[in-house]
Design a protein around this ligand. Structure first.
Ligand SMILES: Nc1nc2c(c(=O)[nH]1)N[C@H]1C(S)=C(S)[C@@H](COP(=O)(O)O)O[C@H]1N2
Ligand SMILES: [Mo]
Length: 369
């Protein structure tokens, strides 16, 4: 087994903090990602949380501040289940790195996207019990893990607007795929903000605050923001750039993965497509000629409104080398930009450009005599 209970062939970007993603083939054809395959993204060491002593504090602009043990959370609020995809804003950064270097950030492939069944309670129910006061516009989440990748070191946190926080879909989760939440995924309790960048799904949650402004935590106010290409990310003031929230439509080719030559002829191409927030993927196009002509893949219905959708198309793979290109369209008609250069930004977030994979066939190529 790999570190933190992960599969042996998990691709480890860093051991400390632990950052790892499954290989493409591990995600292919699976609507739910097994916990051993689910990517893990951390900014600091996984904190040791004593679940017995742990309490969730809910305060700020509320009428009745709450302090809740895990048992109290379970007893006071109705248990909910939700299948939701979590996608890191750094997903597919490797494509941006081919355009220009991004110092200090890991070269994530398309595996920083995974889908699990989450169990917990609605944040909306907990906030209703606390009685959010008028004047609150955002709900902030704070965690105890401290990132030493930032100078000076910063604890992890973030916030979402009140409207998202009180939508039914945001969960405070203690369960993942029918088991207690593993340590590396935020035990005893984490937020799941479906349809938003993974960074808002704060792990090891200890503190929920209703407030007038977004969180001033480093990972909300400084990181996870799209800066103009020429900005210096180490010298930007808090609040600069575009704060990332809902995820833009994206896709990846998962199999074949280009690793080994294939026989020419009928070949099934398969992958995921994902449109954040309440959008769905409406169409997935595949091209064998770099985007001059496209064929439409068969697209699965999402298992919940908050998940990726898998797709497949059998193509006639010519002998030699072929670049397969995929692009998705969402239910609002938005599609993906053609190149990573078009979306390059200094921290390397939100690469949703067309996915491409180079396939080679076994045997003689078309030029062979
Ligand atoms: N406390 C805390 N929460 C966190 C993080 C973190 O480093 N610390 N990383 C965030 C980021 S950037 C992502 S993409 C998701 C990853 O969740 P996972 O490790 O369960 O896949 O957790 C988010 N929540
Ligand atoms: Mo992330």
């Amino acid at each position: 087994m790999g570190p933190w209970g992960k599969r042996d062939d998990i691709l480890v970007h860093r051991c400390e903090p632990f950052n790892a993603e499954p290989p493409r083939h591990a995600l292919a054809r699976h609507t739910l990602t097994g916990t051993e395959s689910f990517y893990s993204r951390n900014h600091g060491p996984v904190p040791r949380v004593d679940a017995e002593a742990w309490r969730l504090r809910v305060d700020g602009l509320v009428d009745r501040p709450l302090t809740l043990s895990l048992n109290e959370l379970r007893e006071r609020f109705e248990e909910r289940e939700l299948v939701a995809t979590v996608q890191c804003a750094g997903n597919r950064r490797a494509g941006l790195l081919e355009v220009r270097d991004i110092p200090g950030e890991d070269p994530w492939g398309p595996g920083a996207t995974s889908t699990a069944r989450w169990t917990g309670v609605r944040l909306a129910d907990v906030l209703a019990a606390a009685g959010v006061r008028s004047g609150a516009r955002h709900v902030a989440f704070a965690a105890p893990d401290v990132s030493r990748l930032v100078d000076p070191p910063q604890p992890f946190g973030g916030s979402v607007p009140l409207a998202k926080a009180i939508s039914g879909e945001v969960l405070l989760a203690w369960g993942m795929n029918g088991r207690p939440l593993p340590e590396a995924h935020g035990a005893p309790l984490r937020v799941i903000v479906p349809g938003w960048i993974g960074a808002r799904s704060v792990k090891w949650l200890e503190h929920v605050t209703a407030q007038a402004e977004p969180s001033d935590n480093y990972f909300q106010a400084v990181a996870y923001r799209v800066l103009p290409p020429d900005a210096d990310p180490d010298r930007t003031a808090p609040g600069t750039g575009i704060s990332l929230g809902p995820v833009a439509v994206n896709c990846a080719i998962l199999a074949p993965d280009g690793g080994t030559p294939l026989p020419p002829g009928p070949t099934e191409i398969t992958g995921y497509a994902y449109a954040g927030e309440d959008r769905t993927v409406a169409r997935l196009d595949v091209s064998l000629d770099g985007g001059r002509t496209w064929a439409q893949a068969e697209l699965d219905a999402p298992p919940s409104p908050w998940t990726w959708q898998h797709w497949r198309l059998t193509v006639d793979l010519p002998a030699g080398e072929t670049v397969v290109t995929a692009r998705a369209w969402d239910s609002t008609g938005a599609t993906q930009p053609e190149t990573p250069a078009a979306v390059w930004n200094p921290k390397g977030y939100a690469n949703n450009s067309w996915d491409r994979i180079r396939l080679r066939t076994t045997g003689p190529g078309p030029d062979a005599r």
